[in-house]
Design a binder for this molecule. Structure first.
Ligand code: ADP
Ligand code: MG
Length: 314
């Protein structure tokens, strides 16, 4: 359903396409020059019937995040909407004109050959920037982003970044029912992931170590259980109040144990950091404490973005 676009095309008699900036599940994004010579990014959403509403929703969310509350200083941590228009098509193709930003963090990592980024850099990104942006979305705009990952964090200049892609976001009051496009779309963990800092925890770990926090082999029938088993190996057994509270709990758990997975070898986050990634002890203790605050099994106890911002590790 990607809408065909050629270099040199002019959108809406105003934006001329210069080159392609990137793409995602929902869209392609183009570097364009407007009539005043100003460079912008135009996000052209897919044209299929199911995408018209998604485009409209992303526009409404972006208008909120760039709208009246946007005088808040942390609004600068979110990509700004400049204009919008529709291209002709059966369903009309939604186009969002965004401020032009730099490459996303994933391509930046790939560029440098090694996935690990400097720790001070990660602290900068995670603290003053991604967490600030998330806290702004949660508290000022009542928006849950739901799709924080390196592809959706864009560099601005030197070491500043902004959160982009509100295409999967939703309002706090309408908790998401399904999140099909996140790469670990396992319902057990997803239910608890959304409002807390869990996604930044994932991302911080990945940026510091170059590895995923959990790496279940995708698309195998065992993979959900394997994913839960990996979580339990790192964080300990899931308390029954949480493990047995799900709609499908009985399919996976008998009491606190997974039905089809043998005994687990516990390997705490602190030990993983020291033994596998050769962290100094003090640094391992600070970083694991920071991450564990976001990974509490009880959603109510899990650190919010605002609390993470005050953690001494940062
Ligand atoms: P999708 O909803 O399809 O995932 P995104 O909004 O994430 O679309 O955009 C896809 C990619 O396009 C991003 O990963 C990024 O590389 C690039 N991109 C998006 N917005 C901008 C922007 N404002 N400036 C520069 N590049 C952008
Ligand atoms: Mg994206």
């Amino acid at each position: 359903g990607y809408h065909p676009v050629q270099i040199g095309d002019t959108f809406n008699r105003r934006y001329q396409v210069v080159s392609k900036l990137g793409w995602g599940y929902f869209s392609t994004v183009w570097l364009c020059v407007d009539l005043l010579g100003r460079r912008v990014a135009v996000k052209v959403l897919k044209s299929g019937a199911g995408f018209a509403q998604a485009g409209q929703d992303e526009l409404t969310l972006l208008q909120c995040a760039s709208g009246p509350v946007a005088r808040h200083p942390s609004s600068q941590r979110i990509v700004q909407l400049l204009d919008e228009f529709k291209l002709a098509g059966v369903n009309g193709v939604m186009c969002l004109v965004l401020e032009l930003l730099g490459p996303n963090l994933r391509s930046w990592q790939l560029c440098f050959g090694t996935p690990e980024l400097f720790q001070p850099w990660v602290k900068q990104i995670v603290t003053q920037q991604v967490l600030q942006g998330l806290d702004y979305l949660h508290t000022q705009c009542k928006i849950i982003h739901t799709d924080i990952k390196p592809e959706n964090i864009l560099l601005c200049k030197e070491i500043t970044v902004k959160i982009a892609d509100l295409g999967s976001s939703c309002w706090v009051r309408s908790r998401p029912v399904s999140i099909a496009h996140w790469r670990f779309c396992w319902d057990l963990s997803m239910a608890h992931l959304l409002t807390s800092g869990v996604l930044p925890a994932w991302q911080a770990f990945e940026l510091v170590t170059g590895d995923s926090l959990f790496e279940p082999k995708a698309s195998e029938s065992i993979s959900l259980e394997e994913h839960i088993a990996q979580i339990m190996q790192l964080l300990g057994k899931i308390p029954p109040a949480v493990a047995l509270s799900g709609k499908y709990s009985a399919d996976y758990f008998s009491r606190r144990d997974l039905r089809r997975v043998g005994p687990l070898r516990l390997w705490s986050l602190y030990d993983v950091l020291v033994e596998k990634y050769h962290f100094l002890l003090e640094e391992a203790s600070g970083f694991s404490d920071f991450l564990l605050g976001m990974l509490d099994y009880y959603p109510g106890r899990r650190a919010t973005a605002a609390q993470c911002l005050r953690h001494p590790w940062l």
